[in-house]
Structures are given as C-alpha cells and as structure tokens.
Design a binder for this molecule. Sequence first.
Ligand SMILES: CC(C)=CCC/C(C)=C/CC/C(C)=C/C=C/C(C)=C/C=C/C=C(C)/C=C/C=C(C)/C=C/C=C(C)/C=C/CC(C)(C)O
Ligand SMILES: C[S@@+](CC[C@H](N)C(=O)[O-])C[C@H]1O[C@@H](n2cnc3c(N)ncnc32)[C@H](O)[C@@H]1O
Length: 376
Amino acid sequence: MTDIAAPIPAVQRMTLRQRLIRLVADPAFQARAARLPLLRRIVRREGDAMFDLVAGFCHSQVLLALVRLHIPAQLLDATAGTATLAARAAMPVDRMTVLLNAAASLGLVKQIRDHWSLTVRGAALAGVPGLQGMIAHHDVLYRDLSDPVAFFRGQVRTELADFWPYVFGAGGATDPGVTATYSALMADSQALVAADTIAAVDWTRSQHVMDVGGGTGAFLTALGLAQAHPRLTLFDLPAVAPAAADRFAAAGLTPRTTIRAGSFRDADLPVGADTITLVRVFYDHADATVAALLARVHAALPPGGRLVISEPMTGGAAPTRAGDAYFALYCMAMRTGRARSAAQIGTLLGQAGFVQIFSPAGARPAITTVLTATRH
Ligand SMILES: CC(C)=CCC/C(C)=C/CC/C(C)=C/C=C/C(C)=C/C=C/C=C(C)/C=C/C=C(C)/C=C/C=C(C)/C=C/CC(C)(C)O
Ligand SMILES: C[S@@+](CC[C@H](N)C(=O)[O-])C[C@H]1O[C@@H](n2cnc3c(N)ncnc32)[C@H](O)[C@@H]1O
C-alpha cells in the first residue's frame, strides 16, 4: 500500500525561515535561481546532493554487486579488462560495462586504457577488515527496509535479528555453526573500532581489563598487543567465549588472558578487573537491559574503577548520517536495541552511579564514539 503524506495544514503566521523554505520549494524560483550567477552554484550543488539521495539505493546495489563478484579483491591482485571481469562473473560484456562505469562514477574503480584498476577509495574498500562482509549481508537489511513506512511504524517482522541470534540472550546463541559465522563477521568488523577505542583512552592506569560481551577476543587481542602490562579477561556467552582461546594463543597472549563464560542477563559479572570495556554491546539492547548490565558493571568494579564504552552513536541534537541514517535503522531492524547518543548513554551511566563521564576526542564518529566513566 502506498502512503501519501497528509497535506500540510495552512500556516497562520510564517517565520522568515518558513518563508524562505516556501520560496525554495517554488519551481518558478528554482528555475530563476538556476540562471542567476550567484545562486547557480548552490542550485547545482543542492541538485547533485538531492540526486545522491534519490539514487542511494542504486549506489548501494552497485557496491553490493562489486562485493558479491569479488571485483575489489580481483583488482587488488591485478588490473583486468572488461571482458575478463565479465567472463569471471558469468555476465554479458555490455552489462559488466554498465556495472563498471557505475562503479567508476562512484569513485571506486577507474579505467586506464583498456584495463580497470581500483581507486584510493576502492582500495580502502578492499582493505578495511570486515567491510565487504558487512556489505554482503546488507540484502537482509534492505529486505527489512523495503516498505519503509511499515518499517518505521514497527509493522515489519524484520529478518536481520535472525542473522545475529545472540541478541535474544544465551538461548539464541547455542548453534556453533551459526555463532561461528556471526562471530567471525563481528570480529572482522571490529578492527577499526578497536583501533580508535584503544587510541582514544589512556590505559596506563589499567592493571586488569575485562571486556564484557567481548565476542571472540578481537578487542582484547588488539589491546593486549598495544599495551604490554594489563591482565585481560574476556566475558561472553558460553557459545561464543571459548573461541577466544585460539585468537589469544595465536597472538601469544594466553598467559595474560582469562576467559569467563556466562550471561550478563542471568548472573553477576566476575570481580577483579579495575577497568571494564563494553564495545558494541549497548546498541543491541533495550534501556532496561542496559541499566541492569550497568548495575552489574558497577557492582563488579572497585571504587574508582573505570568503564569504557565504545560503539557507533547517534549525533543527538546534531544527527549524523552514519549514526542516525544507518546505525539507528540497523538497530531498529535488530528489534531488541537502539542506537543512542553520547548524551543518552551518559544519562544511563549517571543513573547507574558513574561519575566523571567523558567522551575523549580522536575516534572517527562513523566508526565509533568512546565514553569513559568512573565508578563512584
Ligand atoms: C595512491 C594515491 C594516488 C594517493 C594516496 C593518498 C592517500 C595516502 C590516501 C589515504 C587512503 C586511505 C588510507 C584511506 C583509508 C580509508 C578508510 C580506512 C576507510 C574506512 C571506511 C570504513 C567504513 C566505511 C566502515 C563502515 C562500517 C560499517 C558499515 C559497520 C557496520 C557494522 C555493523 C552494522 C555492526 C553490527 C553489529 C551488531 C549486530 C549491531 O551488533
Ligand atoms: C555486537 S557483539 C560485539 C562483540 C565485540 N565486543 C565486538 O565489538 O566485536 C555483542 C556481543 O555481546 C555478546 N552478548 C550478547 N548478550 C550477552 C549476554 N547476555 N551475556 C554476555 N555476552 C552477551 C554477544 O555474544 C556478542 O559477542
């Protein structure tokens, strides 16, 4: 069913800003402005930006096709001609030409003489750990979003949550095959989050760090390699946590690490750490679960102990594309959690008895935002 927006009610007294908005929406003004030397550039820029919004889904599908056909990986190995790429993709040459030109328009590849190579952006796509894996499962998200009005009304039984079964608690993460798939993607997509989180925080005072919801140990491994001194404890669900042992062993970190399996929904957290990290954990959960988890974190830390939270956040009063037009929708499709702003998380921290809540600069907000807090 198509929804037509209700007509805007008549405005009694228009502010200056509203008058300006009405003027810009007037097709006659748009046509006049496009011819005026001073306004022409703005009109063109706004038109291009509007077109990008209109065509965003096509752009994403071009990206998805490239990833599914392993074109970034192929072009990282060697440049290739259109016919070669078409043959490898079992695609007619003329259709591959359309795909590659579309990718070139998006700045991902470029044709030099008869051969295609990656651009700087295409090379970043090929190299960012986990990014192609995230893109490859976006078909699930897009199916959930295919009727966006029903989606925003909460009338779609989304599929995305089935892709990440652990969010429904320990019972959701018992099949080792399923957990292995999502744990690998989660760990791969962690690399930039871990790098920015580690860089944003001063770890010199931390003697013992416990990563709660630490998956298969990607964050603690990165931290252990960056900081030689702290002891490291990983806490995650019984179906997930044991796999961290191989990662710790491969990094030579086994003597410094402890793995504790359990559910933070069902029991208290182990004590002993002076620093607890929660990386990409809150946004999977409702406020009540986060509040209960924070109470357990508070109880597990000594007075003066530190909590480090890191995950993609919304922009709050200043919405951001990554936070508000991607992660917020992603979390909504996950059904159990939501993307929050730093201010919202700060409020939850304050209610749980944490003080000195800071957001250190340094992290790339599209990748993650970091908050630190102290247990009172
Ligand atoms: C060679 C020439 C000519 C010049 C060189 C100039 C030069 C040196 C340029 C620099 C090039 C460079 C190094 C670029 C680097 C670019 C990088 C690092 C780009 C990184 C982009 C990262 C992105 C887009 C990350 C996206 C992450 C996403 C979408 C993650 C999603 C994660 C989700 C949804 C997690 C879900 C988990 C759950 C289930 C909710 O719990
Ligand atoms: C989005 S993943 C983040 C994993 C890791 N911190 C990262 O950033 O890659 C959320 C993690 O929380 C864990 N988790 C979910 N519910 C949990 C619970 N009740 N008790 C312990 N861990 C839980 C999941 O198994 C998963 O590893």
